[in-house]
Design a protein around this ligand. Structure first.
Ligand SMILES: *[C@@H]1O[C@H](CO)[C@@H](O)[C@H](O)[C@H]1NC(C)=O
Ligand SMILES: *[C@@H]1O[C@H](CO)[C@@H](O)[C@H](O)[C@H]1NC(C)=O
Ligand SMILES: *[C@@H]1O[C@H](CO)[C@@H](O)[C@H](O)[C@H]1NC(C)=O
Ligand SMILES: *[C@@H]1O[C@H](CO)[C@@H](O)[C@H](O)[C@H]1NC(C)=O
Ligand SMILES: *[C@@H]1O[C@H](CO)[C@@H](O)[C@H](O)[C@H]1NC(C)=O
Ligand SMILES: *[C@@H]1O[C@H](CO)[C@@H](O)[C@H](O)[C@H]1NC(C)=O
Ligand SMILES: CC(=O)N[C@H]1CO[C@H](CO)[C@@H](O)[C@@H]1O
Length: 362
């Protein structure tokens, strides 16, 4: 038996209107911001807070149930899961420069930095993809092993200021489990100070195949032998590598490498190390480089002719690398915006050197 249902035009309109309403309200429901967070995640944060010293009351909003609204916390709008924890010191140490910033005020830094310990309850935040605890005052503690279990992380910033006694000890190899990581910053913001953070081998690093940015500036890598370079060579996505003040010496930089995997690299900073062997030729295969900083390696003495292969260079720092003799034949590095040559011993006139760039205007 067939059943025919007939709606007159008016009731059909009403029906369509009702349908629209139902559709619209269900859409609104799924796109509205979830305000209260998951109870387990709220508890995880409260336990994490208990081990922190918060002199300036930065975490005073961490009360009640709306933990997605707490300062430093961001949740996924659809799932209500915590995805971001940003507790960077709001009064940071000034960026490294040879000129000390005298307007910077330690008392303010010390007041606004978080101290204490990092409680493993953080592991309760299973969807955490962004963690920034940089420039706080975790006096004398190790970077905890458990950080390696936060496997959803894409961004990890534990940058510290060694002068004011932050992280010490070995960089935990468990960080090699963070296979989704795009950004890893474990740098000492206060490079020229001797930091107590070190590594004996960077083999763990080779597992971070999604890494785009790596900064280990200030960490002592003197005992990693050549493992640092072999690990970097397993990271084809790497765009920016900063290893300033890492106590890398000539024995740790092989003169040749069978293949170079990290040719996407745009920025390489190995300034203030002790790289002293004859110059590694593989460097000139990194032809995408826009920024190269070799400054402060007093015995480096590169062969200058080869730099002309790095045609994309915009910033080149060759400060104090033991150059002698004629100025550089850099005429065809037409994208160059800054070039630093201080503390080398050149003969010859600057006019001749500058006239080399006249090719660039045609
Ligand atoms: C979540 O909602 C907040 C506030 O409504 C908004 O600022 C943020 O951009 C949204 N995030 C996403 C990933 O949609
Ligand atoms: C540094 O900051 C503290 C606290 O805000 C303030 O009392 C002090 O006067 C400041 N010192 C200077 C030299 O500005
Ligand atoms: C701030 O300085 C005081 C006195 O020097 C020190 O005891 C304290 O631990 C510092 N605060 C933090 C959070 O490190
Ligand atoms: C890490 O944090 C510091 C400041 O605390 C900042 O200067 C640096 O750019 C951050 N690193 C990355 C990769 O965002
Ligand atoms: C991953 O973590 C486990 C447990 O912490 C550890 O035993 C293992 O060595 C780690 N793997 C890597 C590649 O670091
Ligand atoms: C280049 O990278 C691939 C995968 O990322 C790796 O299998 C290979 O061993 C690397 N080559 C060298 C010379 O490290
Ligand atoms: C800069 C630095 O500390 N270099 C040291 C690295 O390690 C070797 C021995 O393995 C020392 O001779 C260097 O002085």
């Amino acid at each position: 038996m067939d059943i025919y249902v007939y709606f007159n035009p008016i009731s059909r309109l009403i029906l369509q209107f009702l349908l629209l309403l139902i559709l619209a309200s269900s859409c609104l429901n799924t796109s509205s911001t979830v305000e209260s967070c998951m109870e387990e995640e709220r508890q995880a944060l409260l336990n994490f807070k208990q081990d922190l010293i918060d002199r300036s009351g930065r975490l005073s909003s961490w009360v009640g149930h709306q933990c997605c609204e707490w300062s430093g916390i961001s949740c996924n709008n659809h799932t209500g899961r915590i995805v971001r924890l940003d507790l960077r010191n709001p009064y940071p140490y000034p960026p490294f420069s040879e000129f000390y910033d005298y307007s910077w005020n330690y008392t303010k830094f010390n007041e606004s930095c978080l101290g204490g310990k990092l409680h493993p309850s953080l592991l309760g935040l299973k969807h955490l993809s962004y963690l920034d605890l940089s420039q706080n005052c975790f006096h004398g503690i190790h970077i905890p092993n458990f950080i390696g279990d936060l496997t959803s992380l894409r961004y990890l910033n534990l940058s510290y200021v060694s002068r004011y006694g932050s992280f010490v000890g070995e960089i935990p190899p468990s960080l090699g489990n963070l296979s989704n990581l795009n950004y890893l910053d474990l740098s000492d913001a206060d490079y020229d100070y001797i930091s107590d953070v070190y590594s004996k081998s960077l083999n763990w690093l080779s597992h971070l195949s999604s890494l785009k940015y790596l900064n280990l500036g200030g960490a002592n890598l003197n005992n990693t032998a050549v493992s640092w370079l072999h690990a970097v060579n397993m990271l084809p996505s790497l765009l920016e590598l900063r290893l300033s003040f890492c106590q890398i010496d000539g024995n740790q930089v092989p003169l040749s490498l069978p293949t170079i995997n990290f040719t996407s690299l745009l920025v390489l900073d190995v300034s203030y190390n002790d790289i002293n062997s004859s110059f590694p030729k593989w460097l000139f295969n990194l032809t995408s480089l826009t920024e190269l900083d070799l400054g402060g390696n007093p015995f480096l003495r590169p062969s200058l002719e080869e730099f002309v292969r790095l045609k994309a260079l915009e910033h080149l720092d060759l400060w104090g690398i033991g150059l002698k003799g004629q100025l550089l034949p850099f005429g065809n590095l037409c994208k160059l915006k800054s070039l630093r040559l201080a503390d080398n011993e050149f003969d010859g006139g600057i006019e001749e050197f500058l006239s080399g760039f006249s090719n660039c205007f045609f």
